[in-house]
Design a protein around this ligand. Structure first.
Ligand code: CIR
Length: 244
């Protein structure tokens, strides 16, 4: 992962610390009630730990995506092989490019944010697949300078969205209950709700307090090293929804 893509051109992550943080992340997912399948690294793809960008999981079906960064293209093939064991239907996106980090499933709809990784062609093809499977899909914009739509937002369930103010200001979440991360804590907008727990990157005390005030159980997870190559907590797993 020391060769992972990063927008800011900052220092490499520390591999040993990255591994420790990844192990703690896996434990946090298990503590929240999940059963894990941990995949081996793909040596020719330094960003392959960010499995979220390669596929989408919905009740009963999965969509294998086409990541937008050239160095990441091909990661999706090994994920497709895994998903076949978990889903009756695995559909492959057949046009354009979409990174899973740009796709937010709120429960009532799927919002696809166009970005430097996700293009209109891919977003339109994905929306069509989702609509064929009974899900409402909407195409939106990821703010300029933000890697992914979900770098700046997370669905907390029950129509509640955690968002940065720069993304919420676009009006894209009008009609939802919004929790806005305080200024300076934008990196906390990418979190994961798993059962009754919200996994939140450590070090964002104001956001942690805000979530606790809203009744969430917060489990903070150190994410400094994935963060050096622009990875958030949601990016390192694909959560497979229960079908019952
Ligand atoms: C990349 O630039 O593709 C990786 N270094 C980080 C991907 C993070 N994934 C995500 O936000 N869903």
């Amino acid at each position: 992962m020391v060769e992972g893509l990063r927008a800011g051109g900052g220092p490499d992550p520390d591999p040993g610390l990255f591994q420790l943080q990844h192990e703690a992340y896996l434990r946090a997912l298990e503590d929240a009630g999940l059963t894990l399948t941990v995949l081996p690294p793909l040596d020719s793809h330094p960003d392959s730990v960010f499995v979220e960008d390669t596929a989408l999981c919905f009740p009963g079906f999965a969509v294998v995506l086409r990541p937008g960064a050239p160095s990441r293209q091909g990661e999706e093939d090994s994920i497709a092989d895994e998903l076949i064991d978990h889903f009756d239907a695995v559909i492959r996106l057949d046009a354009g490019h979409v990174d899973g980090g740009d796709v937010l499933w709120t429960g009532r709809e799927v919002i696809i944010g166009c970005s430097s990784r996700t293009d209109e062609t891919g977003a339109t093809a994905l929306a069509r697949i989702l609509e064929m499977h009974g899900l409402a899909a909407r195409i939106a914009d990821t703010p300029a300078g933000v890697l992914h739509f979900k770098s700046d937002s997370s669905a907390l369930g029950d129509d509640v969205i955690l968002s940065t103010s720069r993304l919420a200001q676009s009006g894209v979440f009008d009609g939802y209950e919004l929790i806005i991360v305080p200024d300076g804590e934008e990196a906390a907008a990418n979190c994961i709700r798993v059962n009754d727990t919200v996994l939140l990157p450590a070090g964002f005390q104001q956001t942690a307090s805000l979530l606790r005030e809203h009744g969430y159980t917060v489990h903070e997870v150190d994410n400094s090293e994935p963060g050096r190559i622009d990875g958030g907590l949601s990016c390192m797993s694909l959560r497979i929804p229960a079908t019952t």
